[in-house]
Unconditional design. Structure first.
Lengths: 122, 213
């Protein structure tokens, strides 16, 4: 074989090693699920304890969920109130309007004074 | 007391818009360049007045000021109120743009009528001016509430029900505006009676100067 063949064989070997590790993990995980089901049928008293603990955990989860739902409701109400508050016209809008009014009437006054100067100056 | 978009039928909207345009045109014709600063100040006051809330049980109503605008401006009040309402609709989102015609009609006519009432009743003494000012100031909002009920009756609501509700809700506003207009008119009468004359062509200012001299 040529000199370049050896690095490629090393690469192939490394790739196969990594693939075996990865797939071995996947397969071993798949294997674990089956043994978990099997002991439930075999040992009696341990099943009851497992189920009790499971129920406890489930009820705790349900409680937490209720608490979180309550908090979320409060937060949502606060956000709605804040939105409403922001929509209220503030001092900024009032100043904008007054500025607009003064500008409008000021422009009208300018035009009027130009017109008057035009007719009186001559 | 602003009507929102979509409440009034199309015919009423178009009719009030046409009337408002006519009113604004008449106001523009009567506008004199000497009156522009006064008009600007009163338009600003009308514009900002809706931010002043008067508590009424659980909610609140806001000041309207068509009375005093009409008393001090006369027929130009229509233009002033239309400009104020337009800016309120743009900046504060009070009332919609399609309802601008009806809102301007609803507020402008009482303003002009208050001005007419004041000029008819004012006389030449301080006391008669004060009383006329107070009455005209209160009547402005009163008539606006009645016009609101009339417009909503055209939209299908019960006139007397709406009128009763609107008037009952605005009683404190009417009282406050009557007081404020009375004070303003008496102050202006003593300090600068020219400002109470909306139209320079009337000879009333000369008579008042003669009376005081």
């Amino acid at each position: 074989m040529s000199i370049t063949a050896r690095p490629s064989r090393v690469l192939v070997a490394a790739g196969l090693l990594v693939a075996s590790l990865v797939f071995g993990d996947v397969l071993s995980a798949a294997d674990l699920s089956e043994p978990a089901a099997a002991p439930a049928e075999i040992s009696g008293p341990q099943t009851g304890q497992n189920q009790d603990r499971c129920q406890e955990v489930m009820s705790q989860l349900a409680e937490q969920e209720k608490k979180l739902a309550g908090e979320l409701r409060i937060i949502r109400r606060d956000v709605a109130a804040l939105n409403q508050h922001l929509e209220n016209p503030g001092i900024r809008d009032a100043m904008a309007g007054v500025g607009y009014i003064l500008g409008l009437f000021g422009a009208a006054a300018l035009v009027a004074s130009r017109r008057r100067k035009g007719t009186e100056g001559r | 007391m602003h009507i929102s978009d979509g409440v009034l039928p199309m015919t009423v909207t178009l009719a009030t818009y046409a009337l408002t345009i006519a009113g604004v045109t008449i106001s523009l014709k009567k506008l004199e360049s000497d009156e522009l600063p006064k008009t600007a100040v009163l338009t600003s006051a009308f514009f900002v007045a809706s931010l002043v809330h008067v508590p009424l049980g659980p909610t609140s109503v806001h000041l309207l000021l068509p009375g005093i605008v009409g008393v001090l401006l006369g027929p130009v009040a229509f233009l002033s109120i239309t400009v104020g309402l337009f800016l309120q609709s743009m900046l504060f989102q009070f009332g919609g743009l399609t309802a601008l015609g009806s809102n301007a009609f609803m507020m402008g006519i009482p303003a002009v009528l208050s001005g007419l009432l004041f000029r008819r009743l004012r006389g030449i003494t301080l006391r008669s001016n004060l009383l006329a000012g107070t009455l005209a100031g209160g009547m402005g909002t009163f008539m606006a509430a009645l016009l609101l009920a009339a417009l909503l009756a055209l939209a299908g609501e019960d006139f007397f029900g709406v009128a009763k509700l609107a008037l009952a809700a605005h009683v404190p506003v009417i009282a406050i505006e009557a007081l404020v207009t009375g004070f303003t008119v008496s102050f202006l009468f003593r300090v600068k009676p020219d400002m109470l004359i909306a139209n320079r062509s009337t000879g009333e200012s000369c008579r008042i100067e003669e009376e005081r001299a």
